[in-house]
Ligand binder design. Structure first.
Ligand code: ZN
Length: 455
């Protein structure tokens, strides 16, 4: 069935909306085919032991390389849904590593055969202990060395999904299970740290986030959160060091700039604070908390007109501007327009085609100051916190779930950088994503294998 989505929607959002908007019905899996489109230059996406996959048919080299045809990508992604992983060099030439649609390496063939009868409705929690053990044994025989263990990623993602539903103890149990599967996966420690931080378990959170940082210094989300946790623990100097380090690695981290700005403002280093907050806004103009903090600092230094403008932008971006701030600004700005409606009474947010769900926010919730700070925790509204958590969970899958077919090819990378795709003109009809139903698969790499049961 046809399904359309606006242009330039990130793959993760497409996947989330596929899950939400398309009923799988009696089919085992849902496969989206993106016609005439290549978001993020990924050929396809599927999560290990998941139920939804997507195939993009218009990546730059789809027409050139045999292993990026729609058939090969479809076969590869369906393989992931059955638990197949990227094999090491010994699996080169198979569909899970550069090969054509019908060639499987022996390890993944064993896994797919073992999982042939699996119930797709249960996700990775439905893969029992014995099967996980068998999977782990086969995986240990040889796999791509440059990526985290995908079973650990899938289990952790299942935990994040539970956290988005507010089931914290269950979520924590699953993420700890994922740590057990691959203790060296930085991302999984980050996810555990974020979960603990959200529950206010700060010392435990700091410890997990430190572990994530030790495993990968590029784990900037963990390091940003670590800065926040240290700040909440009253270790302001360490927090500042951590956040400045984040900004050395990742110059486009609005949250880190905002917290640096808040610390500087508390130390009365106002010009530097304003500069940090303005940088956050330059990096991401839609990051409401930066506008809100800027409004507060500008108010403090006697620039009420500019503060008003920032507060209005914060309000338009969905922030809960404190009534006291509005009132102070009204008193100081003689020509101030009438107060905008409160967020709760606003006449409904504008529909963003890319994010039609008004609850889906592009940023991970407002920063929260420790007790004694100007604002209450998390801007107050439970719905916002749930939305922010859902958004965070949607982003958590990150690296382990988005699978690139094959390893990076330097020559093509150069071509990609030199020839970016022009944006599609707005008057052109947007290409549909076509969804299809049930697929049956036959393994043909090993002809002696019994055929799968008829579907
Ligand atoms: Zn893959």
């Amino acid at each position: 069935m046809p399904w359309t989505i606006g242009p330039a929607v990130p793959l993760q959002t497409i996947m989330t909306r596929l899950h939400r908007e398309m009923a799988v019905g009696s089919a085992d899996v849902l496969v989206g085919f993106a016609a005439e489109r290549c978001e993020g230059l990924h050929y396809g996406v599927a999560q290990l032991f998941g139920r939804v996959a997507m195939v993009q048919t218009s990546c730059l080299d789809t027409a050139v390389l045999s292993n990026t045809t729609a058939e090969a990508v479809l076969s590869h992604e369906i393989g992931h849904l059955f638990g197949a992983f990227h094999p090491g060099p010994s699996g080169a030439g198979s569909v899970m590593r550069y090969g054509p649609a019908d060639r499987f390496d022996s390890r993944n063939a064993r896994i797919i055969r073992m999982m042939r009868a699996r119930d797709f409705t249960t996700g990775v929690p439905g893969v029992d202990e014995a099967m996980r053990k068998a999977w782990t044994t086969i995986y240990a025989e040889g796999h791509a060395s440059d990526e985290p263990n995908p079973l650990a990623g899938a289990i952790a993602n299942a935990g994040a999904a539970l956290a988005a539903e507010g089931k914290m103890p269950e979520a924590e149990a699953l993420i700890r299970e994922a740590v057990g599967v691959d203790p060296s996966a930085a991302r999984v420690h980050s996810m555990l740290g974020l979960l603990l931080s959200e529950q206010g378990r700060l010392p435990e959170a700091a410890s997990e986030l430190q572990t994530a940082k030790r495993l990968s210094f590029r784990e900037t989300e963990a390091r940003t959160e670590l800065g926040f946790v240290l700040l909440k623990l009253g270790r302001e100097e360490e927090a500042l060091v951590e956040l400045r380090d984040v900004l050395r690695v990742e110059r486009r981290a609005p949250r880190a700039y905002v917290w640096v700005g808040m610390i500087l403002a508390r130390r009365n280093r106002v010009p530097e604070a304003i500069s940090a907050l303005r940088t956050a806004i330059a990096v991401d103009p839609t990051y409401g908390p930066a506008q809100l903090e800027l409004a507060g600092v500008l108010d403090r230094v006697g620039q009420p007109a500019e503060a008003w403008a920032a507060a209005e932008r914060a309000h338009d971006l969905g922030e809960d501007v404190p009534g006291a701030l509005w009132q102070r600004l009204v008193d100081k700005v003689p020509t101030a327009p009438p107060l905008p409606p409160t967020c709760a009474g606003a006449p409904g947010p504008a529909i963003d085609l890319d994010r039609p769900d008004a609850g889906a926010r592009a940023h991970p919730g407002p920063p929260r100051l420790p007790a004694g700070g100007r604002r209450g925790p998390a801007g107050g509204r439970a719905a916002d916190r749930v939305a922010a958590r859902a958004e965070r969970a949607a982003r958590l899958p990150g690296a382990p779930s988005v699978v690139r077919l094959g390893d990076p090819r330097p020559v093509l990378t150069a071509v990609r950088l030199a020839q970016p795709f022009a944006p599609m003109p707005s008057y052109m009809p947007q290409p549909p994503l076509t969804l299809s139903g049930v697929f049956s698969y036959t393994l043909v790499a090993e002809p002696k294998a019994p055929p799968p049961p008829p579907r």
